[in-house]
Ligand binder design. Structure first.
Ligand code: ADP
Ligand code: MG
Length: 280
């Protein structure tokens, strides 16, 4: 295994609200090796996004409170980083793409200025910014990038917007790409295209990827290792094929049963019988 690029130890995160405290993450520990692809799987509300945002301290504090734990990026503590180091970490070392490209793309600026800004911020080596923008739009499969870079987000389809988001994330040449439900808002055929694109970009550029999803179906064939989250806890982690073949936890089994099979109706996550699942 390559050197660990991320090490998370006993991460505990609460949201302290007026009337109650939500324990969003309860003692999560995991590592990510350089160039590795890890999937975080779990249903909505299990703590996946909170864990991902904590990696670069993007959670709103308050209401979020990191009660315990340690996060090391390339051996350096994220918890104690100063503002300048954090700016470099966010986007530059760890880049994100989210479910809704429309929430990350600013509607009032054309694609060119948004990717350009990211490049100017994180890529001091680049002198011809436009050429670099074109290069990355091309890499994500956008036809006629020199013309398309002048488009505003609303002129692009959802799938194209997600490609632009991926171009913007990768243009900063991050060590880690966090893809948080990257295909959930897209049509099924477009979903497959985006997953294929992510897979080929990963091969080509070699960054580590954290794929966050509620859908076990897109994990196999993409991620070499899986981490299953349930109600704020990591209940199981290991090599993908092993977990798919021999899930140890009742919740993992339930998630795997939700994978749509050819010719059968999709079983919905809502049908999981939580009362039957024991969490230690
Ligand atoms: P998911 O696995 O769907 O990504 P999240 O990590 O977003 O789940 O959320 C985990 C828990 O933390 C949920 O109970 C959610 O309601 C809560 N939570 C997330 N963000 C906030 C916030 N900004 N304020 C209050 N609670 C939050
Ligand atoms: Mg989420």
């Amino acid at each position: 295994m390559n050197r660990p690029i991320l090490q998370v130890r006993n991460l505990c995160i609460d949201f302290v609200l007026e009337d109650r405290t939500i324990e969003a993450v309860k003692g999560a520990s995991f590592e990510l090796a350089a160039g590795e692809t890890l999937a975080i799987v779990g249903e909505s509300g299990s703590g996946k996004s909170v864990t991902a945002l904590a990696l670069t301290r993007l959670l709103p504090v308050p209401p979020a409170e990191i009660k315990e734990g340690e996060i090391l990026f390339d051996g350096e503590s994220v918890m104690t980083m100063d503002a300048a180091r954090l700016r470099k970490l966010r986007g530059g070392k760890i880049a994100y793409i989210f479910q809704e490209p429309s929430t990350s793309l600013n509607p009032v600026y054309p694609v060119r200025s948004q990717i350009g800004e990211a490049i100017r911020l994180h890529r001091r080596d680049v002198t011809d910014v436009d050429a670099e923008i074109v290069r990355w739009l091309e890499a994500v499969g956008i036809v006629d990038p020199a013309a398309r870079m002048h488009d505003y987000p609303h002129q692009l389809s959802g799938g194209m917007q997600q490609r632009v988001m991926i171009a913007m994330a990768l243009a900063c040449q991050p060590d880690v790409l966090v893809a948080d439900e990257p295909t959930t808002a897209l049509d099924v055929t477009i979903q497959a295209q985006i997953m294929e694109l992510l897979g080929s970009l990963k091969e080509r550029f070699g960054m580590a990827v954290i794929l966050i999803t509620h859908n076990f179906g897109i994990v196999s064939g993409f991620a070499s290792r899986v981490l299953v989250m349930y109600r704020g806890r990591i209940v199981e982690q290991g090599p993908t094929e092993e977990i798919l073949r021999h899930p140890q936890h009742a919740y993992t089994r339930a998630l795997i049963e939700c994978i749509p099979q050819l010719g059968s109706k999709e079983k919905r996550l809502e049908t999981i019988d939580h009362a039957a699942i024991e969490v230690a």
